[in-house]
Design a protein around this ligand. Structure first.
Ligand SMILES: Cc1cc2nc3c(=O)[nH]c(=O)nc-3n(C[C@H](O)[C@H](O)[C@H](O)COP(=O)(O)OP(=O)(O)OC[C@H]3O[C@@H](n4cnc5c(N)ncnc54)[C@H](O)[C@@H]3O)c2cc1C
Ligand SMILES: *[C@@H]1O[C@H](CO)[C@@H](O)[C@H](O)[C@H]1NC(C)=O
Ligand SMILES: *[C@@H]1O[C@H](CO)[C@@H](O)[C@H](O)[C@H]1NC(C)=O
Ligand SMILES: *[C@@H]1O[C@H](CO)[C@@H](O)[C@H](O)[C@H]1NC(C)=O
Length: 533
């Protein structure tokens, strides 16, 4: 009894000491780091607090969605940019020990800013992997080890530097960080031929919730399964992916053909829905749907741009199109024969003569305020319904849709092979986006429009569940429920992102991170959900 009292007294004294000296959270973290880094002196400890001149530029550097940089949005207490893996391990150990909420950032393209903003907890820090961006390509073995902070554009470039007949099937946008990209799926213009990025990952290195580095063998097949599509920020910090390279031809062909409503866009789009998911799997034709000027001054129209990559030369492409999609009226003049790496630049929207070295810049070229959503479509939308949709589509001046065909390899991979379940039976994915540049001024209007348009699309979207792409993170999903800490809430987005795979993800999470150290607004919850989510 006596010893218990003195213990309590000591505790109270300790507590008041720590309160009165009140050393800052970053000092506590920094002290802890130097204790835990294996090579403390070899690398600088780069911690940026809000008083540091570089804080803002580092925070904003890769942040894609300006909506999450607005003054009203919470800012991190500090940003840590490790130079070495052991510092990542130390960061996990120290954040855990001192109760600092941690966000992991690789390329900063998260649609809801989850890698640099916490809407649920304070204090929080960013673990920014921007300095960890090695890409080691091994052509003789058709593999590469790629570090989480590298962009997918750097990966493409480093592959092409060593071989013109190797490639990798992942993102279209070249500034995506592979840390976040591959955790959620990673689709691109070769998906119909080779599947997603996650379908071509063969090993990984991850820092788990105990600060240990695990490779595939050490983590086991359950965790290795979960990190290939279960979404970022739930299971640990990915340090490296080992990817399998795929063959690409010496010459590929690209084209973009645009048709407005006046030029018969509806009929063509109706036809595309039937053709694009079933056509030759060397051919990927996506449709970019925007607003344009009509033939009468002041009148708005809808334009549909058919943008394609064909893994082969123009002669073969023209044969395929003549047989399967003559309605588009593709001619040799529309086509450009090029190398795979230049097709990457073309699809990413760079002007024709841009040198591939731009991919090494590693930073986003443009940013906007935006809100986006996604749908998977399993039934062709009737031609007559399209006209009704355009009426709502034209109500927002920042509206954009991208329709992305499935089929081919995507239909041959089982729904449970990876956490990414949108496989057989999916005709195409729709991405809805509204972007603007004037900050908060018209934000509410754009957000309202997006939700309204998404509501209008309900009859045409997949059902039970209405499926969504986890890498198009959408915090609207599940927001209609009150209790944001319950597992049932997680189920609302969990089933929509992962379908039946959600249950297995929860099991893996429960095993590898039962205290829920890695968490965010939509992270996979452990079963014994306790207090934090
Ligand atoms: C302009 C644009 C174009 C896009 N194009 C495509 C496309 O073509 N194909 C496609 O599939 N997707 C595309 N996306 C979506 C993209 O895949 C996701 O936004 C993806 O999460 C981005 O990864 P990141 O590393 O850049 O993002 P981040 O914002 O850094 O991270 C995203 C999420 O993953 C977590 N995370 C980041 N790094 C790690 C890590 N090392 N270990 C564990 N968790 C981590 C973060 O905490 C966050 O939750 C696009 C997005 C944008 C903004
Ligand atoms: C800002 O932080 C960096 C990294 O920790 C440090 O090297 C630099 O000296 C700091 N600058 C100022 C003005 O405090
Ligand atoms: C549409 O017309 C407006 C005004 O005439 C013009 O400023 C704009 O550039 C045009 N947009 C396109 C896509 O042609
Ligand atoms: C939320 O759900 C959890 C778990 O189901 C429960 O323990 C908690 O009491 C709920 N909170 C509220 C405010 O309803």
């Amino acid at each position: 009894m006596h010893s218990m009292m003195s213990l309590l007294a000591t505790f109270v004294v300790l507590l008041s000491v720590s309160l009165s000296t009140s050393i800052s959270i970053e000092e506590t973290f920094n002290n802890c780091l130097s204790l835990h880094s294996q090579i403390p002196n070899q690398f600088p400890t780069s911690i940026y607090t809000s008083t540091n001149k570089s804080y803002t530029s580092i925070l904003e550097s890769t942040a894609q969605n300006l909506r999450y940089l607005l003054p009203s949005v919470p800012k991190p207490d500090f940003i840590f940019t490790p130079f070495h893996e052991s510092q990542v391990q130390a960061a996990v150990i120290c954040a855990k020990q001192h109760g600092i909420h941690l966000r992991i950032r690789s390329g900063g393209h998260d649609y809801e800013g989850l890698s640099y903003v916490s809407l649920i907890e304070k204090p929080f820090m960013i673990l920014d992997l921007v300095k960890l961006r090695a890409v080691n390509v091994d052509i003789p073995h058709n593999t590469a080890w790629i570090q989480a902070g590298a962009t997918i554009g750097e990966v493409y470039y480093r592959i092409s530097e060593k071989s013109s007949v190797h490639g990798f099937p992942a993102g279209l946008c070249t500034t995506l960080g592979i840390g976040g990209l591959i955790t959620g799926g990673a689709y691109g213009s070769m998906m119909r031929k080779y599947g997603l990025g996650v379908d071509n990952v063969i090993d990984a290195k991850i820092v788990d919730a105990n600060g240990k580095i695990l490779d595939r063998k050490a983590m086991g097949e359950d965790l290795f399964w979960a990190i290939r599509g279960g979404g970022g920020g739930s299971f640990g910090v990915i340090l490296w992916w080992k990817i399998k390279l795929v063959p690409v031809p010496q010459t590929v062909t690209v084209f973009t053909v645009t048709k407005s409503l006046e030029q018969g866009a509806n009929k063509l789009l109706y036809r595309w829905q039937q053709v694009a998911p079933n056509i030759d799997e060397n051919l990927f034709i996506r449709v970019i749907i925007q607003q344009g000027n009509g033939s009468v001054p002041g009148q708005r129209t809808v334009t549909t741009s058919y943008q394609a990559l064909f893994l082969g030369g123009v002669n073969r492409l023209l044969q395929v199109m003549k047989k399967s999609f003559p309605e588009l009226g593709l001619t040799r003049k529309d086509c450009l024969e090029t190398s795979w790496i230049k097709s990457v630049l073309y699809i990413a929207g760079y002007p024709n003569d841009t040198p591939p070295e731009i991919l090494l810049k590693g930073k986003p070229t443009s940013k906007a305020y935006f809100k986006a959503k996604s749908d998977f479509v399993r039934q062709v939308i009737p031609e007559t319904s399209l006209n009704t949709l355009w009426k709502v589509f034209l109500q927002d001046d920042g509206a954009l849709m991208i329709w992305n065909p499935y089929g081919g390899m995507m239909s041959r991979i089982a729904e449970s092979a990876t956490p990414f379940p949108h496989r057989k039976g999916t005709l195409y994915k729709i991405q809805y986006l509204t972007g603007w540049i004037d900050g908060e001024k018209n934000m509410a209007k754009h957000m309202r429009w997006m939700r309204k348009f998404y509501y209008y699309m309900t009859p045409y979207a997949s059902k039970y569940p209405r499926e969504n792409y986890v890498n198009y993170r959408d915090l609207d999903i599940g927001m209609n429920q009150k209790n944001s800490t319950s597992l049932s809430l997680a189920y609302s987005w969990g089933y929509r992102y992962f379908k039946g795979n959600f249950n297995r993800l929860v099991k893996v999470k429960t095993k590898v991170d039962p205290s829920n150290f890695f968490r965010h607004e939509q992270s996979i919850p452990p079963l014994a959900i306790g207090k934090k989510m």
